[in-house]
Design a protein around this ligand. Structure first.
Ligand SMILES: *[C@@H]1O[C@H](CO)[C@@H](O)[C@H](O)[C@H]1NC(C)=O
Ligand SMILES: *[C@@H]1O[C@H](CO)[C@@H](O)[C@H](O)[C@H]1NC(C)=O
Ligand SMILES: *[C@@H]1O[C@H](CO)[C@@H](O)[C@H](O)[C@H]1NC(C)=O
Ligand SMILES: *[C@@H]1O[C@H](CO)[C@@H](O)[C@H](O)[C@H]1NC(C)=O
Ligand SMILES: *[C@@H]1O[C@H](CO)[C@@H](O)[C@H](O)[C@H]1NC(C)=O
Ligand SMILES: *[C@@H]1O[C@H](CO)[C@@H](O)[C@H](O)[C@H]1NC(C)=O
Ligand SMILES: *[C@@H]1O[C@H](CO)[C@@H](O)[C@H](O)[C@H]1NC(C)=O
Ligand SMILES: *[C@@H]1O[C@H](CO)[C@@H](O)[C@H](O)[C@H]1NC(C)=O
Ligand SMILES: *[C@@H]1O[C@H](CO)[C@@H](O)[C@H](O)[C@H]1NC(C)=O
Ligand SMILES: *[C@@H]1O[C@H](CO)[C@@H](O)[C@H](O)[C@H]1NC(C)=O
Length: 878
């Protein structure tokens, strides 16, 4: 290795860096992959002990496809990173990787049957296997074509689907009512409590996703996609006490495989985007053994591009994006409203913490424009109407909900009902202390009332407190975003430019089962919901084709090539051009075509990579039908999106109704042939050469994409292969930028320091916050991801750089206020535990560029801070 950077090879040390956010390593926990099958987790544990390394075994991860285990290093006095380095050098060890913490996707729009829980009134459960009467007219099923598959008799019979999540309320009458042989939920494990029982009493997430796959007929008239599958459930999420790490994921995937699962569905992930992570590698091995893994792409679409989740940042994982149901079902508190000559029912959701009081309130809309943006975002300048005894109706959005509340409270409001600016209703995170009641009604309800008031009517609301109100079911059309890509659907590509989303399932505004103790049914939105939806459709595919007759790689290609590309939609309006492959993958799932197509492709999505690595692609098309096929080859470009805005190095965020800087330009594609004829039972290959769009600002990282179309004789016989590339050299992309971060601040003032600033460090044995002392804090901010971050200290009069922290690998980019490598505080102690003498220094921080060579100094982004001096505070000891 190049000697230029002496501490590249130096001993690793414990991470002193304050880590925050998703996907961070969990201290002391490692997955060790053994080099051979002879080593067992217990024999390895003995070997550790023989070397004086105190450790405990967390999970034995060895099975047919992997040899290894996860261990906790217990030596508190020894240098952890040094131990890791030592273990890594043993011949019996193939790889040591940190265990990373998972994050449960945050809930998007949701409406739970929130009123009085429907207490269990069902008769004592005998074995209630399955129902034989399966409805098929649930709207998501009409959108996906599952209704037609149902009519053909496909129900997922004989397919074993494993769900890894927060548990399942199998006692729910719509989930079979029992657990074990002969039940709908037949197998599983509870990894949180180390029992065989994966029951879920409260949380809800796992019960919801399971119902989307296999819910039985119920009072709301919906069913799961494949109600006759056999379900398994592996409980690994759902408690804040136990941190769920990637080792638990590996343990659950291993058990699902051993229990004979045909399909694995996982609705969680972490920010990652590097293919060398153990979870992704396990997904790859499972796929090679015939078991496909469907993994949610994530719900952080508003944070912009380049946020790929762990598990799908490898070529085998099947990432699932989300499109919205065309209907918005709602389970809300029922109440009535009246005017002089009409009355009606409406539903509302408690949006804050304190309840409305029973009573009749006059409705006071603050604006008579039902599409106003920024209602009550400014202080009230209206008339002096007394609004304290009324319910003030405010349109949500345009600024923070807390700001809208605060302005209304200043104007005298005591009770507020928001009406939403998109489909569904929310629970708001904060309630203004000045309010008594805070709730939300749907956009349609709000607009209806505004119209009534505008026409001169006085509207009265007859409220019953949340505690006593009856739940009502409402099923509205979602005119604004129904059938469109969900704004929350997370954007790739991975840091290595793999397109991560293969297809978008139906995941926005989904009614499904919920723990009986929490209300039995709920509406949730997320890629968490789209993922089991797609997994269920694949169960129908396996049933139709026969298990084992379609490989995971073929399934992935079938999903994206049979999907229907959708237009770009910003949450409010659609655009005339197609949405980016980085967000939607192949487009909207078409389950009917998925199951029935006889034309297959050997690629799911083509990655044209960056401008330094762009190369022609080859697509093999297989005609498995008994008659010949002819296709016209064409190309439809999708919107090109800039990852960065023009004045920042941090990827731009998307807001409802506003995605900055997408441009209609697309790449030019050349094909080796414009028509392709394939005889029955044979295949043909086509070569595709891409030229990225011209005239783009490469500094802003333009991501182009589109669809190669194969048009046959009908829509059913037409397919598209998505492609994606980046019109810049990733090796040129800024990782560390000093305008918005990557400089030092003084710990005592939190202000950015100027050259030659003097610090008085607390002494070795002092508390870090000792009075009248201070130290530098490096504000690390990664504009884009890096697979190696090094922090060093350099004396002003010397070229040696001392390692101040252990190198960090596998980092995702910063998401402001949400995730990133955090700050690094320097108090004089180096990575090896020794202390630097007082003197004048600067910090040198280096990040390896994407696709950079570790041994090439020019492939690092380097920041050298201003010079600063420090002395140690005199000791207070004795
Ligand atoms: C909502 O209404 C549509 C149209 O009638 C129907 O297809 C759909 O199944 C309904 N949704 C629910 C959950 O009842
Ligand atoms: C449901 O699956 C079971 C066993 O997997 C099978 O015996 C039964 O016939 C299936 N039911 C239907 C309606 O296909
Ligand atoms: C789980 O329980 C089994 C016995 O029921 C025990 O052998 C095993 O060590 C336990 N595992 C953990 C991680 O506690
Ligand atoms: C509010 O109304 C409900 C339903 O009519 C009733 O059961 C409840 O007792 C009332 N609460 C109060 C505090 O009056
Ligand atoms: C109710 O009264 C309003 C005027 O206040 C009138 O415009 C409307 O047509 C009336 N509706 C019915 C159903 O009579
Ligand atoms: C892009 O090229 C780099 C450098 O060869 C490679 O490491 C990476 O895997 C490629 N990405 C894809 C998606 O093929
Ligand atoms: C085409 O499909 C047939 C039938 O599924 C299969 O036997 C054959 O191996 C496939 N050929 C190629 C080149 O993929
Ligand atoms: C193929 O079909 C798609 C979708 O209908 C259309 O946009 C495209 O222009 C067609 N391509 C050719 C070459 O006709
Ligand atoms: C960047 O530009 C946008 C509009 O072009 C502006 O709203 C925003 O404040 C600017 N941000 C910075 C950091 O200058
Ligand atoms: C990297 O950026 C520089 C400056 O913008 C440019 O001159 C150079 O061509 C770029 N390199 C590549 C490989 O694109």
């Amino acid at each position: 290795m190049a000697p230029l950077w002496p501490w590249l090879c130096a001993l690793l040390a414990a991470l002193p860096v304050a880590l925050a956010g998703h996907g961070d390593p969990i201290a002391q926990k490692y997955i060790v992959e053994f080099a051979d099958a002879e080593t067992s987790s217990t024999s390895f544990l003995s070997t550790l002990n023989e070397h004086g390394i105190h450790a405990s075994l967390n999970h034995d991860l060895s099975f047919a496809l992997f040899h290894g285990g996860s261990f906790t290093l217990l030596n508190s006095d020894q240098n952890e990173a040094a131990i890791v380095k030592q273990i890594s050098s043993w011949s019996g060890v193939k790889k040591v990787s940190p265990v990373r913490e998972l994050h449960q996707p945050k809930r998007e729009v949701s409406s739970v049957a929130h009123g009085a829980p429907i207490r269990r009134s069902v008769a004592p459960h005998g074995l209630r296997r399955r129902s034989s009467d399966h409805g098929d007219n649930d709207f998501p099923h009409i959108m996906s074509g599952v209704d037609k598959l149902r009519q053909e008799g496909y129900l997922g019979s004989g397919i074993r689907v494993a769900v890894v999540d927060s548990g399942i309320d199998y006692k729910h009458p719509a989930l079979g009512g029992c657990f074990g042989k002969g039940c709908l939920v037949e197998f599983g494990f509870n990894f949180l409590e180390n029992t065989t029982d994966p029951w879920e009493g409260h949380s809800g997430h796992g019960t919801h996703v399971s119902g989307l796959i296999a819910a039985q007929p119920n009072p709301y008239g919906f069913t799961g996609v494949a109600p006759n599958v056999t379900l398994g459930h592996y409980k690994i999420l759902g408690t804040r006490v136990v941190k769920t790490g990637t080792d638990l994921v590996s343990a659950s995937f291993k058990k699902a495989f051993e229990d004979g699962a045909d399909i694995i569905s996982a609705s969680f992930g972490t920010y990652k985007g590097w293919s060398d992570e153990p979870w992704g590698q396990l997904v790859q091995k499972l796929a090679e053994s015939g078991v496909p893994s469907f993994i949610a792409s994530g719900n952080d679409g508003t944070y912009g591009l380049f946020l790929a989740s762990n598990g799908i940042d490898n070529s085998a994982g099947i990432g699932i994006g989300s499109v919205n149901n065309k209907y918005s079902p709602l389970l809300l508190n029922g109440a009535t409203y009246s005017t002089a000559n009409t009355t009606g029912e409406f539903g509302w959701q408690l949006a804050g913490t304190s309840d409305f009081k029973n009573g009749t309130y006059a409705l006071y809309p603050s604006s008579l424009n039902a599409s106003v943006v920024g209602d009550f975002c400014e202080p009230w300048t209206g008339n002096n109407a007394n609004i304290s005894d009324k319910i003030v109706l405010i349109r949500y959005g345009g600024c923070r909900g807390s700001q809208q509340q605060a302005n209304a409270v200043k104007a005298g409001a005591k009770n507020i009902l928001f009406y939403n600016n998109e489909a569904g209703t929310y629970e708001l995170p904060v309630q203004d202390p000045g309010l008594t009641g805070l709730g939300m009604v749907s956009a349609q309800t709000g607009a209806k009332w505004v119209n009534l008031v505008q026409s001169g009517a006085h509207v009265n609301l007859h409220m019953t407190s949340d505690k006593f109100s009856k739940t009502i079911f409402i099923n509205e059309t979602n005119a604004q975003s129904g059938g469109q890509l969900s704004g929350f659907s997370q954007w790739g590509p991975s840091n290595e430019l793999l397109p991560v989303t293969a297809v978008s399932g139906i995941g926005g505004f989904m009614l499904s089962t919920w723990p009986v103790l929490e209300g039995s049914y709920a509406i949730e939105s997320g890629t968490s919901m789209a993922t089991p939806y797609v997994a269920g459709c694949v169960a129908l595919l396996m049933e139709a084709r026969g298990k084992g007759n379609v490989t995971p790689a073929e399934i992935k290609a079938l999903l994206s090539t049979t999907a229907k590309p959708n237009v770009f939609h910003d949450g409010v309006t659609g655009s005339p051009f197609l949405g980016s492959v980085a967000q939607q993958g192949g487009g909207v799932l078409d389950a009917y075509k998925l199951v029935h197509t006889t034309t297959t492709f050997n690629v799911s999505t083509i990655a044209f990579n960056d401008t330094e690595h762009i190369a022609p692609a080859y697509i093999r098309i297989n005609n498995t039908a008994s008659s010949p096929r002819v296709y016209t080859v064409g190309h439809v470009g999708a919107a090109t999106v800039y990852a960065l805005s023009d004045n920042s190095t941090i990827p731009q965020r998307n807001k409802l109704g506003h995605f900055v800087d997408r441009i209609p330009d697309s790449a030019s594609l050349r094909f080796s042939t414009s028509t392709i004829s394939i005889a029955a039972g044979s295949s043909a290959v086509i070569k595709v050469t891409a030229t990225p769009p011209k005239g783009l600002i490469s500094r802003r990282i333009p991501v182009y994409s589109g669809y190669i179309t194969f048009n046959g004789t009908s829509v059913d016989d037409s397919f598209s292969v998505p492609y994606l590339g980046v019109a810049t050299a990733m090796r040129n992309v800024t990782i560390l930028d000093t305008t918005e971060g990557n400089y030092i601040v003084d710990s005592s003032t939190q202000e950015r320091v100027k050259a030659n600033h003097q610090f008085i460090f607390p002494g070795k044995n002092d508390p870090i916050d000792r009075a009248n002392t201070s130290y530098p804090i490096f504000q690390t901010k990664l504009s884009m991801a890096t697979n190696l971050l090094q922090i060093g200290i350099k004396a002003t009069n010397n070229s040696t750089i001392f390692q101040a922290a252990a190198p960090q690998t596998g980092l995702a980019r910063t998401v402001d206020g949400v995730a990133g490598p955090g700050t690094f505080s320097f108090d004089g102690q180096l990575a090896d535990g020794s202390y630097l003498p007082a003197g004048n220094y600067s910090m040198v921080v280096r990040a390896l560029k994407i696709f950079g060579n570790r041994t090439n100094l020019w492939d690092y982004d380097t920041v050298r801070t201003v010079n600063f001096g420090f002395t140690y505070a005199p000791s207070t000891a004795n």
